[in-house]
Design a protein around this ligand. Structure first.
Ligand code: FMN
Length: 231
């Protein structure tokens, strides 16, 4: 049987960060389980975040007005996307499970990871007007957000100062991942590791390892079926 593959899309600048420790627990545990684990270390790769003309090889369909969505879709169809995008799309194709590992920035992913989403999840490759949400092009794959915060958990409760964490995550979990078809597993959230003593941080990592051991059996989050809606 072919080896199963996990892709970790990783965004942290610093060696020795808590995010790095979290990534390494996943790398080691999933490797132990027999997975091939690919890591896209976005800062180390100097991954470009901006959606520009450089992403398209060759002539534009409409040189008068550069429309990134149209041009990138056409380039995907014709094999004219830039090499760095194609390399990431190959990894997504190979993986059955994608983990996004990052520190929460402004209630979202760091810009470099948003750039990965903007550039790699091209129309045609990840979705089309006919292939959205539970019919999305990546519907046979799972994905999850795994991230650290500066905030304490109480701040992200429905009655907390930041509001409900599920509302914060809706654009990423529904608007990006589920939109492309991914079956989205519950997020893994490390609350304020920088404010915790080493024993608590170690317990967080242990909890993550334990969760990873049962990850295959986890049921994805529930979203409203797309058939309920008129497009
Ligand atoms: N923490 C939050 O809880 N919510 C935020 O919206 C948030 N935005 C941030 C934006 C920026 C630009 C930076 C630098 C930090 C932000 N933080 C926020 C704090 C980081 O999430 C926190 O420092 C990080 O998760 C700690 O992980 P690390 O020790 O691996 O770096």
């Amino acid at each position: 049987m072919a080896q199963k593959t996990v892709l970790i899309v990783y965004a942290h600048q610093s060696l020795g960060s808590f995010n790095e420790a979290v990534r390494d627990v996943a790398l080691q545990e999933l490797t132990k389980q027999g997975y091939k684990v690919i890591v896209s270390d976005l800062y180390a790769m100097n991954f470009r975040a901006s959606t520009t003309r450089e992403d398209i090889i060759g002539d534009l369909k409409n040189p008068e007005l550069f429309q990134y969505g149209e041009e990138s879709m056409a380039a995907w169809k014709e094999g004219r996307l830039s090499d760095d995008i194609v390399a990431e799309q190959r990894k997504v194709e190979e993986a059955e499970f994608v983990i996004f590992q990052f520190p929460l920035y402004w209630f979202s992913v760091p810009a470099i990871m948003k750039g990965w989403m903007d550039r790699v999840l091209t129309q045609g490759f990840a979705f089309s007007l006919q292939k959205l949400y539970d019919k999305g092009a990546l519907k046979d794959k799972k994905a999850m957000l795994s991230f650290t915060t500066g905030a304490m958990q109480t701040m992200f409760r429905p009655d907390g100062i930041n509001g409900d964490i599920n509302v914060t995550l809706w654009p990423l979990q529904n608007g990006v991942l589920h939109f492309c078809g991914f079956q989205v597993l519950a997020p893994q959230i490390f609350w304020g590791p920088a404010h915790c003593p080493p024993t608590v941080r170690a317990a967080m990592l242990q909890g993550w390892q334990t969760r990873l051991q049962g990850l295959v059996a986890e049921k994805p989050l529930t979203f409203a079926p797309s058939d309920l809606f008129d497009l």
